[in-house]
Design a protein around this ligand. Structure first.
Ligand SMILES: Nc1ncnc2c1ncn2[C@@H]1O[C@H](COP(=O)(O)OP(=O)(O)O)[C@@H](O)[C@H]1O
Ligand SMILES: Cc1cn([C@H]2C[C@H](O)[C@@H](COP(=O)(O)OP(=O)(O)O)O2)c(=O)[nH]c1=O
Length: 221
């Protein structure tokens, strides 16, 4: 049985994450892998209830932080860890990098406290030893906030986060860049300003470059 693989999709709202997660799921299924598609905040009945509160109820940054980590703990225990134990590829639309980007850089919440919560929530009791669960790879859809905002304006009614001003997303984008600098081996930057087909090709190429998928026949990216 293959070892599980945990891949997260990150980027500001409108970067194009949700548009490409299915493409990667199909590629892994075509390669014979079990795939679990999930998202944060959410992924479990409890976490999806917390998601609705987060996206629509007024609250302060500390409340947001505690809710996203509470959702994450339930998601890890009841969905992500069991799927990885089955040898599945877990594709997750957002994870802890979003907390550092949105609550940390966006809201100005203390990054040291976020790191403590990251440790607390992501420590898993393994059969032999405890370990910290982090993604094996993070696909970072990097795009200028104004481009993302134009895409969203045409797309859907904004939720609490999407209704934030452009300056908020500029901070969030910088927050992702900081996380990528701190974990260069985990992050793969996707230039998400390109048309969808080119972005999809980048995603597949980055995963293939790690040996987790066969390389595309034509290498045109
Ligand atoms: N590369 C792209 N070029 C132009 N529009 C895009 C691109 N990727 C996604 N979109 C559009 O932008 C909007 C947001 O895409 P989505 O995948 O939901 O972003 P995210 O999940 O990062 O918030 C959708 O209307 C989608 O059709
Ligand atoms: C996972 C996570 C998400 N968020 C925010 C980012 C997004 O604006 C929102 C989740 O919505 P999103 O993932 O963009 O879903 P949709 O594409 O349906 O809008 O939650 C945080 O602020 N912190 C977090 O830790």
């Amino acid at each position: 049985m293959s070892a599980g693989l945990f891949i997260t999709f990150e980027g500001i709202d409108g970067a194009g994450k949700s548009s490409h997660i299915d493409t990667l799921a199909q590629a892994f299924r075509a390669a014979g892998r079990l795939v679990t598609l999930t998202r944060e905040p959410g992924g479990t009945p409890l976490a999806e209830k917390l998601r609705q509160l987060l996206l629509h109820d007024a609250m302060d940054a500390l409340t947001e932080v505690l809710l996203v980590f509470a959702a994450r703990r339930d998601h890890l225990r009841t969905v992500i860890e069991p799927a990885l134990a089955r040898g599945a590829v877990v594709l997750c639309d957002r994870f802890t990098d979003a907390t550092f980007a949105y609550q940390g850089a966006g809201r100005g919440f203390d990054l040291g406290v976020l790191s403590q919560l990251e440790q607390l929530v992501q420590y898993i009791q393994g059969p032999e030893a405890d370990f910290m669960r982090n993604p094996d790879m993070t696909l970072w859809f990097d795009v200028a906030p104004h481009i993302a905002a134009e895409r969203l304006a045409a797309a859907r009614a904004p939720d609490r986060f999407e209704a934030e001003p452009l300056a908020f997303f500029t901070r969030v984008a910088a927050g992702y860049a900081d996380r990528a600098r701190q974990a260069p081996a985990r992050f793969a930057r996707i230039d998400a300003a390109h048309p969808p087909a080119q972005v999809a090709a980048q995603v597949l190429a980055e995963v293939a470059a790690r040996g987790w998928l066969p390389a595309a026949r034509d290498s045109a990216a």
